[in-house]
Design a protein around this ligand. Structure first.
Ligand code: NAD
Ligand code: GLY
Length: 369
């Protein structure tokens, strides 16, 4: 990891090594280094910031100024905040705006916001004129820990999450951890689900750090948030470097997602993504316990950690048969077999496929009781 001083503040840089698609992730405590990050990576002299109706009120002006300070010609496009905007019509609106502003292949999109913004704006960048550059400026914990890194872009289609999309890497990611201060508490908790997930899949030290520093996270302690941001980026970086297009290893990042995505759909997107990942994580630890790969103590401790983060570990009253049907509909299900990332211990998981309906329904019934 490199440490460099840019503008007035020190920020750190972690590089995702992907050959000619390598890119830096900057972690910082404000936006003062954004202009120099743009100058260093040079994605284009014209930038359209795509952001949502909440984030635009908070950070659009600061980011426009920071990018303009690097000599960029900056404009913006704002869409209605929320998962319900994550569809092709929002992408079409962005294409129209880009075309109206005569954006070409020497221009770039900046995704300023949470995972919804990053996924939509990244997909627009991947497809407009067969691909223009984009940068990620994530402002939710979920986006800072997970979605802004790794190049998964896309939108939901006919009720199915992320059905249409592309792998398309950003030119850089700029994380200002202090944007988390304005995040609604429920969203912060939701993002913590992905952070805890990273610890559970490959970093027992990060998992313990989160357990022991939960209070400091909710107090927005800068050194705690920077430590977590960097640890997360390093986990995501290392997985993406080894398996950019999810041919194998990258699937471990989907811990809790087979059940989680289905719960998200059945809830009609009333539950947040991270809340569903938390329920799904509790579900796979329960599955692993029933299969004898983790102890009851570990399963209960993980549930306790998720609860301490203010996350749900059950979906009471939800129909388990509907969750099961949704899981079968998932794009990762193959010939009736469902893929699960199963824990072996804290910090170690394995990917397996099962069609054991009885076992899965037992888990889902307990999760929804
Ligand atoms: P989001 O983008 O909808 O943001 C959550 C809410 O917080 C929104 O209302 C937003 O306006 C608001 N917000 C964002 N930043 C804020 C801030 N700093 N202060 C105040 N309000 C702020 O949701 P999310 O949880 O960030 O992302 C969820 C999405 O990410 C889902 O669509 C999920 O599928 C996707 N995702 C993608 C990947 C990937 O690898 N591409 C990984 C995980 C999740
Ligand atoms: N969030 C899962 C992935 O990026 O692969």
């Amino acid at each position: 990891m490199e440490r460099e001083c840019m503008e007035s503040k020190c920020m750190e840089k972690i590089t995702v090594e992907l050959g000619d698609r390598s890119y830096p992730i900057y972690t910082a405590t404000d936006f003062s280094g954004l202009g120099s990050a743009l100058g260093e990576t040079g994605p284009g002299s014209r930038v359209m910031i795509v952001t949502d109706s909440n984030v635009s009120r908070l950070y659009l002006e600061a980011c426009m100024n920071a990018l303009a300070s690097a000599g960029a010609d900056v404009c913006s496009h704002v869409f209605e905040a929320g998962e319900k905007s994550k569809h092709l019509d929002t992408v079409k609106d962005i294409y129209r705006e880009l075309a109206a502003q005569h954006f070409d292949r020497n221009s770039a999109i900046a995704a300023l916001g949470g995972g919804v913004t990053g996924d939509i704006a990244g997909f627009a960048a991947a497809t407009y004129m067969r691909g223009i550059s984009y940068i990620q400026i994530p402002t939710t914990l979920l986006a800072q820990a997970d979605s802004s890194i790794g190049g998964k872009t896309g939108v939901d289609f006919e009720g199915v999450k992320n059905m249409v999309g592309a792998f398309y890497q950003p030119r850089f990611v700029y994380i200002n951890i202090n944007t988390l201060r304005t995040l609604p508490l429920r969203e912060l908790r939701s993002g913590l689900a992905e952070v805890i997930k990273h610890g559970l899949i490959m970093d027992a030290g990060l998992y313990d750090y989160i357990r022991l520093n939960m209070r400091k996270i909710f107090e927005f302690d800068e050194s705690t948030l920077l430590y977590i941001a960097k640890a997360n980026c390093n986990i995501k970086r290392s997985v993406v470097e080894q398996d950019e297009k999810e041919g194998g290893l990258r699937a471990i990042l989907n811990l809790g997602h087979t059940i989680g995505h289905a719960v998200e759909s059945v809830s009609g997107f009333e539950l947040l993504h991270g809340e569903c990942v938390s329920i799904g994580t509790a579900g796979v630890f329960r599955l692993a316990w029933k299969l004898g790969s983790v102890s009851r103590d570990i399963m209960e401790e993980v549930e306790q950690t998720l609860k301490a983060a203010g996350l749900p570990v059950r979906a009471p009253g939800m129909d388990p048969r509907r969750i099961y049907a949704e899981m079968l509909h998932d794009k990762k299900a193959k010939a009736g077999k469902l893929n699960f990332v199963l824990p072996e211990r804290i910090g170690k998981v394995t990917v397996c496929a099962t069609d054991d309906q009885k076992l899965l329904m037992d888990v889902l019934e307990e999760l929804t009781a």
